[in-house]
Design a protein. Structure first.
Length: 335
């Protein structure tokens, strides 16, 4: 197998504000290969966005970030890079589709010149070539009459068209990794399906790696090759999308899937919520962070951090961090 285009090892991320510090990501490791879609799923606040965007230096203003471990791309460790060098690598190596296109696109500038500037800066194109590339990207992402839309401001586009423009902007520098942070949020079902189909088409054509950050299990089933289930900054389960979605092991993963409405049955009786609330991440506890919400928790769960253990999988190992379920259901892979 070829070397991953992006590999994270033992990543720890602490966030600081003037009033509080939070362990947002706690010793997480993962890798993503060219042409692959890795979905990162979990409840709001589980650390999905921080885990993927933190090493790129893309955190909100007013938040100080401390990173440990490594995050390697293009033969370099992002954790050790200066902000200036990181900005250069980020633009050429990574494209990001943000949740809210209006916050990522400059509302004072027309759509086309923003794309063209990205193409000029990171792809080294002339002004004329950058303009042609921007128009081509708008057309490729399904925006009708791209020549006209090139000269439109963000507020003149619908939500679906604006998200397509955001995807075009993310592709303008010809990245090797595309990070899609909740790319279908606030879009209606029809437009969501179109955006997901567009992402799959782009990946198939360009062979780029896609990191999909989402709580939408439907999007995961459509796009993902592999899945990481994140809970309170730690990986609870990981494996192929088929294994994780059809044979979940960790009680948290099972709870997430059970909370998804099944429209073939009575929604009220066909779903259930995970009881309790996520833990206080200002305190780094020694045991499993899901223990207080887990119906199968034992005393040891609160004192010893669970280790990701192989429970199966063929080409893609299926791992879970729950020794209780693995023991009780005889799931450990001893090969």
């Amino acid at each position: 197998m070829s070397e991953p285009v992006y590999a994270v090892e033992d990543l720890v991320i602490d966030l600081y504000t003037p009033s509080v510090s939070v362990r947002a990501v706690d010793r997480v490791s993962f890798a993503i290969n060219a042409g692959e879609t890795l979905a990162v799923v979990g409840e709001s606040g589980s650390g999905k966005t921080v885990m993927t965007l933190g090493p790129l230096g893309l955190m909100p203003e007013g938040v100080t970030i401390d990173l440990r471990g490594s995050a390697r791309a293009a033969g370099k460790d992002l954790v050790k890079m200066s902000p200036k060098k990181l900005s250069s690598l980020r633009g050429g190596q990574f494209g990001v589709i943000f949740q809210d296109p209006m916050s990522a696109l400059n509302p004072m500038l027309k759509i086309g010149p923003q794309l063209a500037e990205q193409a000029r800066r990171f792809a080294g194109l002339s002004p004329a070539a950058a303009r042609a590339a921007a128009v081509s990207l708008l057309a490729r992402t399904g925006i009708p009459d791209p020549e006209d839309r090139y000269d439109r401001y963000p507020h003149e586009l619908s939500g679906g068209m604006l998200q397509r423009a955001m995807i075009a902007l993310a592709l303008a520098a010809r990245p090797r990794v595309l990070i899609a942070d909740e790319p279908t949020t606030a879009l209606d079902a029809t437009v969501q399906a179109q955006i997901l189909a567009l992402l799959r088409q782009i990946q198939n054509e360009d062979g780029i790696a896609v990191a999909l950050i989402t709580h939408d299990i439907g999007a995961v089933s459509v796009l993902a090759d592999r899945v990481i289930v994140l809970y309170a900054g730690r990986i609870a389960e990981e494996g192929s999308a088929i294994d994780v979605l059809t044979s979940p092991v960790h009680p948290y993963t099972r709870g997430l899937l059970a909370s998804v409405p099944d429209f073939r049955s009575d929604t009220a009786s066909g779903t259930r919520e995970i009881p309790g609330l996520p833990p206080d991440q200002t305190r780094v506890l020694p045991g499993c962070r899901f223990a207080d919400r887990c119906p199968q928790a034992e005393a040891s769960c609160r004192t010893k951090r669970p280790v990701l253990t192989c429970v199966g999988g063929n080409e893609v190992p299926h791992r879970a961090a729950c020794p209780i379920v693995i023991r009780d259901e005889g799931l450990a892979d001893n090969d």
